[in-house]
Design a protein around this ligand. Structure first.
Ligand SMILES: Nc1nc2c(ncn2[C@@H]2O[C@H](COP(=O)(O)OP(=O)(O)OP(=O)(O)O)[C@@H](O)[C@H]2O)c(=O)[nH]1
Ligand SMILES: [Mg+2]
Length: 447
């Protein structure tokens, strides 16, 4: 059975810290010690994400990139320090100072060959590479700038391999710089053609899930990153040989989720999330946990109540004690309670993995990935913030100094306004969208 490997690319601070959380989660699930020693019975089940480096020792199929040289040090101080090889960290001399242009043009171009060499080394250790995961924030300079450059370069150098981009969009919670509205728009603009599937989250939503559902008083990045890891872990479990007959490919995710290549921004959620005991989870029906996953409070992107908008597509990834009959029942409930576009009225793909859950996870869970027209309001808020800064040309000189041209700001704005229009027209099922003025009831700062 072919391995169909996935190489994980972790960029910038957010991408690297999510990497720390994720590889810890993987080590637990796949029985790999922090030294790299595999304690399981069937190494084919881990070969999609771990590479054998001799006898029963394994290393992650991953590369970390950061312009900031400190990243490597962060890992040296954790329990993961022996899991990765030195050559899996590629770092620069100084960070991108929250500036997309520094990451995309100036420093990023210097970094390009080294990055591609690092990825090539990983790809040579694969038998049948199926694609890449990318992890990053869209607000930081490395995540947005180097990330977008890398996605373009992957398209040139590894064309035909699928890319799934797990990204943290800016929000009003934990934002670290005033330039985030520029960075996210430039980044999305530069990847609109090259990205296959983007899984979008934001810290406001992750924070409120941690605070409200998990009762964490003051959630930290570590808590938010654990939530991100759960979603990634569910997707990964469908891609490995351990998934047996229910094994999926990244291509299948693409086929089931992405109706038009531009409309590739999926909203993730997970259930059950609560501090209740395992026995409580056990009593919850599959329909109950599925309903809970569609709840506003379970989504990892702040989009409001999805009962007010329409789904274009969705994947439900079940793990644990779930039968096909129960999953179908839950699917029918969701089809009844939520709106789907007329031309894809049954747009839910199911996947069930009965194996592989561990003692620390609930006896059954579901991860949802969906394309929903609720994204129109997030795009509106994001575009408005970008436009307000652009009208003043605020902070623009920092970008021009790094090799960007003013015209690119206007091109990016036009393209993202067009994307906002696309989502609105899919929602209204006509082509009559005109942008409302700021005063018409949208809160631009609260997204
Ligand atoms: N969820 C999550 N968000 C993070 C984490 N670290 C930073 N962020 C968010 O990411 C954005 C800042 O981006 P960073 O990832 O720090 O920036 P970077 O990619 O390292 O880019 P530069 O430092 O500018 O070179 C802010 O919105 C932060 O709230 C993390 O570990 N988890
Ligand atoms: Mg940084």
């Amino acid at each position: 059975m072919s391995a169909r490997e996935i190489i994980h690319l972790h960029l910038g601070q957010a991408g690297s810290q999510i990497g720390g959380s994720l590889w810890n989660t993987y080590c637990n699930e796949y029985k790999v010690e922090r030294s790299g020693k595999y304690n399981g019975q069937n190494p084919t089940n881990i070969s999609h994400i771990f590479k054998n480096v001799g006898e029963s020792y394994y290393k992650p199929r991953a590369v970390f990139f950061d312009l900031d040289p400190e990243t490597k040090q962060t890992f040296r101080d954790t329990s993961l320090k022996r899991l990765f090889g030195e050559d899996q960290f590629i770092t620069g001399r100084e960070d991108a100072s929250n500036n997309f242009a520094r990451g995309f043009y100036n420093l990023g171009r210097e970094f390009r060959d080294e990055m591609i060499d690092g990825i090539r080394r990983e790809s040579e250790a694969c038998d049948s590479l199926q694609g890449f995961y990318i992890f990053r924030s869209l607000g930081g300079g490395t995540g947005s700038g180097v990330g977008s450059l890398l996605i373009q370069e992957l398209q040139h150098e590894f064309g035909g391999k699928d890319k799934m981009d797990f990204s943290i969009a800016p929000s009003s919670v934990l934002n670290t710089s005033v330039t985030e509205p520029y960075n996210v728009v430039h980044s999305m603009y530069n990847n609109i053609e090259d990205n296959d599937i983007s899984v979008m989250m934001d810290n406001k939503a992750l924070y409120s899930v941690s605070a409200n559902k998990l009762d964490i008083e003051v959630p930290r990045y570590r808590d938010l990153n654990r939530l991100v890891s759960r979603v990634v872990q569910s997707v990964t479990s469908t891609l490995g040989a351990g998934a047996g007959a229910n094994r999926m490919t990244l291509s299948e995710f693409k086929t089931n989720l992405i109706p038009f290549s531009r409309i590739h921004h999926t909203i993730p959620s997970y259930a059950p999330l609560s501090t209740n005991s395992r026995s409580h989870y056990h009593r919850m029906s599959v329909t109950e946990i599925t309903r809970s996953a569609f709840d506003e409070e379970s989504t990892f992107l702040s989009v409001g109540d999805m009962k007010d908008s329409k789904f274009l597509s969705s994947c439900l990834l079940y793990r644990g004690d779930v039968s096909r009959r129960e999953a179908n029942q839950a699917k029918n409930t969701i089809l009844d309670e939520y709106q789907f576009v007329d031309w894809a009225p049954n747009g839910i793909k199911l996947n069930i993995q009965n194996r592989g859950y561990t003692k620390s996870t609930p006896s059954k869970s579901v991860t949802m990935l969906g394309i929903n027209t609720a994204l129109k309001d997030s795009l509106y808020a994001m575009n408005t913030r970008f436009d307000m800064m652009l009208q003043k040309r605020a902070f623009m000189h920092w970008y021009l100094m790094e090799g960007m041209e003013e015209l690119e700001f206007h091109d990016a704005k036009e393209e993202l306004f067009a994307l906002e229009k696309d989502y609105n027209e899919l929602h209204n099922d006509d082509d009559s969208y005109t942008r409302p003025l700021k005063s018409q009831g949208y809160s631009v700062y609260e997204y």
